[in-house]
Design a protein around this ligand. Structure first.
Ligand code: 26Q
Length: 810
């Protein structure tokens, strides 16, 4: 039995035991890294014990469980969250200080678990935190990638990708469960054989078999009994080794099978909002789905001994279409292995699955080549064909004769397998991640499906783990909140609204302002240590942190910066407020335009840095390797939050919520969650500009001619000329061509120039407002107060009540 609430003396003793057992040393001899590992191991023991207790309770009460399927979990570091959530941070601090260390020292030893690209993966991680904090019985499933999202190096302004080796140091949280291994099958041929007892048997010939080995990570809730489990699968070949070949001296061939398996859990695909129809990605997806569904079935059978009540006890959530093969995989197991009739199995499947869509960009909608699919997954292919045929018959009843419409909705068509259609057809609920996005899904992407299944479509606006992103990463602001509104908001984030009562209290405002300044100092010190860059903390911190994508329009921000730069070049004495533009962004390795935009930002940074007089007023900083841990330091220090995507393109955004909660003011378009943030905080507390989603649609239909916006605008003319000449010795004439349209006049589909003037003006008013410190601080405080709605606790309750039908286990 592990003590769940050890005191400092007991913690010290536990640490000495771990150090001696695993490193053969005492705390006096241990390195910081060894002490970090020993600390993490003791916390892992507590988590495992707590999880055991929780699981027992779930089994006794027979509560329904949710399984969250996702190809990505962007966890970041775990030690701090776990200690804080377990309420053990003070005792550990005391124990460690006796050894000459602080917790902060140890936190930085932990590598980020970067098993995700961006928003979707971080959302999954935030949801795990809320699930356990609210005592819902939950398991997340994903892949234990050996390398997470690449590490970004900037060399002469160009992004270079390096492998992200996270496991040495990150592995302390993983508990291998070699007793829970499953087999996953690929390729070969299948045929059906009818047995004398009337059952059908599926015979596989020549299939490749791999093993899926689970590594479990425990995620504790805060002030709760719940502990969620994140089960990450590693692939390994069954015959690690072909002894026959080896004996004949063919060593290399003997190893071949092992390498194939290794590739599956080797590396995360680094594309965000973009699909690549690569065979390895399909293999990864099915590997995740098959292993997880088998694991769910095994768990269920061990408690209930039958699958008849599966739909009453199990909810499975598909986080985007990436794990959609869970649907045919569950059909396969129910029909082929447990001999349920097709109809019965299909009813169960629809009750069990729910699906969230995270994007409307057409290039991100997943499709697979039918031939490739059939070769790799022959049985799953047959099942999908059957689902498709039955669906077409059903749709025919509703839209008789309307083949055009049905062919758009079906799963298999034009040689492609369409994952989004499969996810909609096989789930009882489909949701978008902000009100605007969910409306767009009903009106356009899934318009026909919405006519067929109107009750299936819903919205759950995203939310963030407010304990991580406010309480733990901004302890000073959390302290002020504790003093003013009490600590209730930690458990119940809507109580943040109480903070609005202090919007006119000069003492609270002054403390709020001082905290922001201290956080800016803190970030600036961090940047100095990391990159040798010193920032003026009295300058406005204007922050755009997110993946680099054309639709997110980092380029629009850059154009405005160039404008300011040209003004200052003309007149270095210009009286403007010092502004520091901070960017953090990774580009998908094959995404050339995104990489060019990074280069533009870096070259601007370089050129401005070389002009001492301009540098005092205008600064550009491109952060190398922006990740979760960097965000935790930067977000509390931001003054302005740039959320400037073309309206209708950003499904929700979650960075916007983190920044809002920490008192940054949004400068944004009416896109994604910005719309709801504005409704919550009040129009007067945000800076909104640009075309609305409806206006974008109209302009698109009419034909976007960027030249119209350019020829009427002198400033833009100068900016384009400057781009042509270039910065830091590099011309960006290709970007001018992109913005204005090349030989065929096809210009930037994200319409930067259409929104430029309104962006520039909004930015100007924003900077002006910053000059009025009392007004600004009041606005910032009201943003924090209005941010409670954007906590993941609220999102998770909505999912639990509306889609999963699960209850907390207290
Ligand atoms: C698909 C197939 C093959 C390879 C890669 C992919 C792939 C991987 C990641 C496709 C998309 C993603 C990630 C998408 C994503 O992060 N979307 C974001 O989700 C957030 C959470 O809901 C939203 O807030 C953002 O608006 C949305 O862009």
């Amino acid at each position: 039995m592990t003590n769940l609430k050890p005191n400092a003396a007991e913690i010290k003793e536990n640490l000495e035991i771990k150090l001696s057992r695993f490193f053969g040393c005492t705390s006096a001899e241990a390195s910081k890294e060894q002490l970090y590992k020993a600390t993490a191991m003791t916390v892992r023991d507590i988590l495992t014990e707590k999880r055991g207790n929780f699981k027992k309770k779930v089994n006794q009460t027979g509560g329904k469980r949710v399984y969250y399927m996702c190809m990505e979990f962007l966890l970041g570091r775990s030690l701090k969250t776990n200690l804080c959530n377990l309420g053990l941070d003070k005792d550990y601090e005391e124990a460690l200080s006796a050894m000459g260390y602080t917790l902060e020292d140890l936190y930085t030893c932990e590598p980020d678990a970067g098993l995700g690209n961006g928003g979707l993966g971080r959302l999954a991680a935030c949801f795990m935190d809320s699930l356990s904090s609210l005592d819902y019985p939950a398991t997340g499933f994903s892949i234990c990638y050996e390398y997470g999202l690449f590490k970004q190096k900037i060399v002469d302004g160009i992004q270079v990708e390096l492998p992200d080796v996270w496991l040495p140091g990150g592995d302390v949280w993983l508990v291998p469960r070699t007793d829970r291994v499953f087999t996953v099958r690929f390729g070969g041929r299948v045929h059906e054989e009818w047995k004398p007892d009337g059952r059908m048997e599926v015979i596989y010939e020549g299939a490749e078999e791999l093993e899926a080995v689970p590594y479990d990570m425990m995620i504790s809730g805060s002030d709760s009994e719940g502990v969620s489990r994140l089960r990450l699968w590693k692939a390994r070949s069954i015959q690690n080794f072909n002894m026959g070949l080896f004996s004949q001296g063919q060593y290399a061939r003997a190893m071949e099978e092992a390498t194939n398996a290794d590739a599956i859990s080797k590396v995360l695909y680094p594309a965000d909002n973009h699909t690549e129809g690569k065979l390895l990605r399909l293999t990864q997806q099915y590997f995740l789905c098959s292993a997880s569904i088998q694991s769910i079935i095994r768990d269920h059978m061990s408690v209930y001994g039958t699958l008849d009540n599966l739909a009453d006890k199990v909810a499975i959530h598909l986080n985007d279409t990436h794990p959609t093969l869970c649907i045919p995989e569950l059909m396969r197991i129910l029909v082929d292995e447990y001999f349920y009739s097709w109809d019965r199995a299909w009813e169960m499947v629809k009750e069990i699955f729910s699906y969230t869509n995270h994007t409307v960009l057409p290039e991100a909608l997943e499709t697979w080549n039918e031939d490739l699919f059939r070769l790799k997954l022959p049985r799953i292919y047959d099942i999908i064909k059957e689902i498709n045929e039955r669906f077409c018959r059903e749709a025919w009843q509703v839209f008789p004769g309307n083949w055009q419409r049905i062919s758009k909705m079906c799963v298999v068509g034009y040689g492609q397998i369409r994952m989004a259609n499969l996810a909609v057809i096989g789930s009882h609920s489909v949701n978008g991640v902000s009100k605007l996005h969910s409306t767009i899904l009903k009106d356009s992407v899934f318009k026909d499906f919405y006519r067929l299944y109107p009750g299936r479509f819903d919205n759950v606006t995203n939310g963030i783990a407010h304990r991580r992103w406010l309480c733990y990463s901004n302890p000073k602001l959390a302290g002020l909140l504790d003093e003013t509104i009490g600590t209730g908001y930690r458990k119940n984030p809507v109580e943040l609204a109480e903070f609005a009562k202090f919007a006119d209290d000069p003492t609270v405002l002054e403390r709020f302002r001082a905290i922001k300044h201290e956080n800016k100092e803190n970030f600036s010190n961090h940047l100095y240590r990391r990159a040798g860059i010193r920032l003026d903390t009295h300058a406005v911190f204007d922050v755009q942190i997110k993946r680099l994508h054309e639709y997110k329009r980092q380029l629009l921000n850059a154009l405005n910066i160039i404008g300011i730069y040209l003004d200052l070049k003309d007149n270095p004495d210009l009286d403007i407020r010092p502004q520091t533009f901070i960017f953090g962004a990774k580009a998908a390795p094959g995404y050339q335009m995104a990489k060019r935009i990074i280069q533009l930002l870096c070259m601007l940074q370089k050129e401005i840095n070389n002009s001492p007089r301009i540098r005092e007023k205008l600064n550009v900083v491109f952060l190398e390797n922006y990740d979760v841990s960097t965000a935790e330091i930067l977000v509390p220090s931001a003054d302005i939050s740039e959320q400037i995507s073309l309206a209708g393109k950003e499904a929700s955004g979650t960075g916007c919520m983190k920044l809002m909660m920490n008192g940054a003011i949004t400068l944004g378009t009416l896109d994604g969650a910005n719309v709801e943030m504005q409704a919550a905080a009040g129009e007067e507390n945000m800076f909104i500009f640009g075309l609305t989603a409806a206006e974008v649609e109209q302009l698109w239909l009419r034909g976007y001619r960027s030249v119209e916006f350019y020829s009427n605008n002198n400033r833009l003319g100068r900016i384009m000329a400057a781009l042509n000449i270039g910065f830091g010795g590099e011309s960006f004439a290709d970007i001018t061509t992109y913005l204005l349209g090349g030989a065929y006049g096809i210009a930037d589909p994200y319409m930067c120039l259409a929104d430029f003037e309104s962006y520039r003006l909004a930015h100007e008013s924003c900077i002006k407002a910053y000059g009025d410190r009392a007004r600004w601080t009041r606005m910032a405080l009201l943003n924090t107060a209005a941010s409670g709605h954007f906590a993941a606790d609220r999102s998770i309750r909505e999912y639990a009540d509306r889609f999963w039908h699960i209850k907390p286990i207290h």
